[in-house]
Ligand binder design. Structure first.
Ligand SMILES: [Mg+2]
Length: 283
């Protein structure tokens, strides 16, 4: 398994390439994750979910310490990042049950999570809507350059998020990125089995008769990276440090690499170089 510090190639300053034999230059379709990949509106969601999950497990008759429960919860939250939120809540219910507790329905946990999260990040949405904060404050650096560069090269972009679809539409508009997604904007639905990033990627591949390397996925979560590799696409992981305290989130980066990311970057600041590399415009 490669380690984050040992890429096969480094393009520009911070574009780490781990797959030396990447098929480049053929991309026609690009799938984007939203939170942590383009949007920072929900930055901090992991802490909100972690606190809620640990509290729920502490109510069970478990002998595990808060530190042990924190490790358990962090592990499943991370593993399911990128899937619809309800899957993390289904896992929470299962963990409660395994510890002899009485789980509540996953959708009840999800509603509580969204309320807690809104308490934490609602002010950002209000400030964007009121025009008090510029969209750039809540965009991963370089996002607009990357989206514009792909669009200029004729690539059809799709936005696919595990966050509820109505919020994704609203927040993409507030950030000024909605119009880039000619392929559509997709998110979680109440009928959660009717959508997944995997289903969407499989549909893109089937409808357009793709062999694989015409599809590129950009994301900061396990799921979109893993799914992109499953359909033969190229996966660009963004180890974005959502709280802005460092350049890279190394922990996130290593996990993206573990599930098969071909390229890992800290953000999209070097979008020009990344695009030139992906489209084989440079050696
Ligand atoms: Mg994400």
């Amino acid at each position: 398994m490669p380690t984050l510090d040992a890429p096969a190639t480094v393009v520009a300053e911070r574009i780490r390439v781990y797959s030396p034999c990447l098929t480049r230059g053929d991309f026609r379709h690009a799938l984007f994750d939203f939170d942590g990949t383009l949007s920072l509106i929900r930055a901090g969601w992991q802490d909100v979910m972690l606190a809620q999950c640990v509290e729920e497990l502490q109510r069970t008759p478990t002998a595990e310490t808060p530190a042990q429960l924190t490790a358990v919860c962090r592990q499943f939250i991370t593993r399911l990042t990128g899937k619809q939120t309800v899957y993390q809540m289904l896992q929470l219910a299962s963990e409660v049950e395994q510890r002899g507790g009485q789980p509540r329905p996953a959708l009840t946990y999800k509603r509580e999570y969204l309320e807690r999260l809104h308490g934490r990040i609602g002010y950002r949405i209000d400030a964007l809507r009121a025009g008090k904060d510029p969209a750039s404050r809540y965009l991963v650096a370089g996002s607009l350059d990357l989206l514009a560069g792909l669009t200029e090269r004729g690539v059809v972009c799709y936005l696919a998020s595990g966050t509820d679809e109505e919020y994704v539409h609203d927040e993409a508009r507030l950030l000024g990125v909605a119009d880039y997604f000619a392929g559509g904007i997709f998110g979680a639905r109440d009928d959660y089995l009717s959508f997944s990033k995997k289903q969407l990627m499989e549909r893109i591949v089937a409808e357009n008769n793709l062999a694989g390397p015409e599809l590129v996925a950009f994301g900061d979560g396990y799921v979109e990276i893993e799914n992109a590799k499953q359909v033969g696409g190229v996966a660009v992981g963004v180890a974005s440090c959502e709280d802005g305290t460092a350049l890279w989130d190394d922990w996130k980066g290593q996990r993206l690499l573990d599930v098969g990311a071909d390229i890992v970057v800290p953000d999209w600041r070097e979008a020009g170089s990344l695009l030139a590399y992906l489209f084989a415009e440079t050696p």
